[in-house]
Design a protein around this ligand. Structure first.
Ligand SMILES: Cc1cc2nc3c(=O)[nH]c(=O)nc-3n(C[C@H](O)[C@H](O)[C@H](O)COP(=O)(O)OP(=O)(O)OC[C@H]3O[C@@H](n4cnc5c(N)ncnc54)[C@H](O)[C@@H]3O)c2cc1C
Length: 507
């Protein structure tokens, strides 16, 4: 690659992860960095998911940066537009815009062993960086299953994360495919206006009521006047979730009483025993993400809704056909079928020290030291990497822990001095991963009797962190250099040094 612009750090993505990294870099005194974002604005998840009813499942005072508290959250569980506005605000307050390059999709990044840097190709030009922080998000590339005949469906088709706001659903016959976190927010939001809604449910979710309310102006004034009250509120929300972790990770049997609460929640809205039977899960609560909604079941009980207890398997003209043979004629199909999580597309685009892509390295399952570093990919780290996801709390806590790790990583590089890179030792990655997978064996995600997007194609859980957020914070406080190989640039030969000196004089 010809000589290109060089930066100390290239961050990829401008969701919570990328923006958080940018703030942290500035706080560490590093200003020589760029944020490469394929879209035209910041926000990540909260920019792309604008479907009706999109909202967070974690209370806003916890689902926000600890260093940027917001006393003005309008609701306990804020909607997408408020979270997106918050991220725009963070971008402005921390003066991040000059660093961000929009419409810059990273197509490829290749480790350059000679110069100890990453050569990065983007849709807006090429550059190189000493360090790459990949914050492309675990849920940013929508997945639509391969359905026979879908290509020739004459109606409208879209994914929940790419909602077509120009298409009016009023009076239409709509198929919603999937019953995950997005689908259960979409269904009650569109049910009152569509003509008929057919829900394709492969597996029913466990659904608990969502205790959402407007945050009063008195509370907001209090938070503005006494910032400590926002911290106390956040601390309580965090502490409650931290106490739940043991049940998920060590004592799934204790979750039985939560199932009873969820069943009662269903029974209140669903009076038809046949429908209740269809909607009752046959696996331990928590095995899949516990969903929160007080409007989902009431919507399913309405006359214009059919629940098909089977996945969509075929489309014949405008007829959608379930695996159990149920048919329905529809005008539109909405896929709430999730994302490429364990096969994240960015992994195809990272080429490491031995010429292999990260996807090839991860072909038997994703693994990264402390959720950040993969062996053979020096000075490359990921935010929300393998086994950093949470089933019950705020991902922002995990992101901030990873940012601590990133900051220490950069400090260590400075201390080592000169042209230097850190490459995670394979033995350290394996040891970390072994520990994680051993702990995973007892968790509800592995023992609860379900298949979920937490598991990869081979059934291994490479997404969830099997511990408390405090444990993860401790594990990512410092970089342990013993876990890395320190690589130094080869000394230039006398001739090469003379050539470089001459080039510098010419420049
Ligand atoms: C509908 C929905 C609801 C959710 N609700 C919750 C919740 O209640 N609680 C919770 O903790 N988490 C929730 N999450 C998870 C959420 O993804 C994380 O909490 C968090 O927002 C992830 O932030 P991120 O910055 O890592 O990724 P993202 O927000 O996905 O941002 C990634 C960014 O990288 C960019 N990008 C990707 N590839 C490239 C490339 N090749 N080149 C350049 N840019 C690229 C994308 O455009 C995007 O802007 C939810 C996710 C979704 C989809």
């Amino acid at each position: 690659m010809a000589e290109h612009e060089h930066v100390r750090v290239a961050v990829i993505g401008s969701g919570f992860g990328g923006l958080g990294a940018a703030v942290r870099l500035r706080r560490e005194g590093i200003t020589d960095f760029v944020v490469l974002e394929r879209a035209s604005s910041v926000g990540g998840t909260w920019r792309d998911n604008s479907y009706p009813g999109c909202a967070c499942d974690v209370p806003s005072h916890l689902y926000s940066f600890s260093f940027a508290p917001n006393p003005d959250w309008p609701r306990t569980f804020s909607g997408q537009e408020h979270i997106r506005a918050y991220l725009e605000h963070v971008t402005d307050v921390f003066r991040l815009r000059p660093h961000i390059r929009f419409d810059s999709e990273v197509k490829k990044m290749t480790w350059n062993a000679e110069h100890l840097r990453w050569d990065i190709e983007t849709t807006s030009g090429n550059l190189c960086a000493d360090v790459v922080v990949s914050a492309t998000g675990p849920l940013s590339d929508p997945k639509i299953p391969d359905i026979t005949g879908l290509d020739s469906f004459p109606g409208k088709v879209f994914h929940s994360a790419r909602w077509d706001h120009d298409y009016d659903l009023t009076g239409k016959r709509v198929a919603v495919v999937g019953t995950g976190a997005s689908a259960i927010q979409i269904v009650p939001s569109i049910q009152p206006r569509v003509g008929r809604l057919t829900l394709f449910q492969r597996t029913p979710p466990w659904v608990m009521p969502r205790v959402d309310r407007a945050i009063s102006s008195l509370e907001r004034s209090l938070h503005r006047a006494l910032p400590l009250t926002t911290q106390v509120r956040r601390g309580l929300l965090w502490g409650i979730r931290e106490l739940q972790v043991q049940a998920f990770t060590k004592h799934p049997d204790e979750l039985g009483f939560v199932e009873q609460l969820a069943k009662r929640n269903m029974a209140r809205a669903i009076k038809d025993p046949a429908l209740r039977a269809k909607l009752t899960p046959d696996y331990r609560i928590g095995c899949k993400r516990i969903l929160l909604s007080s409007t989902y079941y009431p919507a399913l009980a309405q006359d214009n809704v059919d629940v098909v207890a089977s996945g969509l398997s075929e489309v014949r003209g405008s007829t959608v056909v379930a695996a159990d043979g149920t048919e329905a004629e529809v005008d539109a199909i909405v896929f709430g079928t999730g994302f490429h999580v364990t096969d994240m597309p960015i992994a195809e685009r990272v080429v490491g020290a031995d010429g292999r892509t990260l996807a090839e390295t991860w072909k038997n399952g994703m693994a990264a030291l402390r959720g950040a570093s993969a062996a053979g990919f020096p000075n490359w780290m990921t935010i929300i990497g393998p086994n950093t996801g949470l089933g019950n709390s705020s991902m922002i806590l995990m992101i901030e822990s990873q940012l601590n790790y990133m900051a220490d990583y950069l400090r260590q590089l400075n201390v080592l001095g000169g042209k230097v890179a850190l490459d995670a030792r394979q033995s350290a990655v394996d040891a970390w991963n072994h520990k994680v997978q051993e702990r995973m064996k007892r968790t509800v995600w592995n023992t609860g009797g379900c298949t979920s997007w937490y598991l990869d194609a081979s059934g291994r859980n490479t997404t969830i962190w099997p511990g408390t957020t405090t444990e993860f914070r401790r594990a990512t406080r410092r970089v342990d250099l013993a876990e890395y190989e320190v690589i130094r640039a080869p000394r230039p030969t006398a001739t090469a040094a003379r050539r470089q000196a001459a080039a510098e004089v010419d420049a």
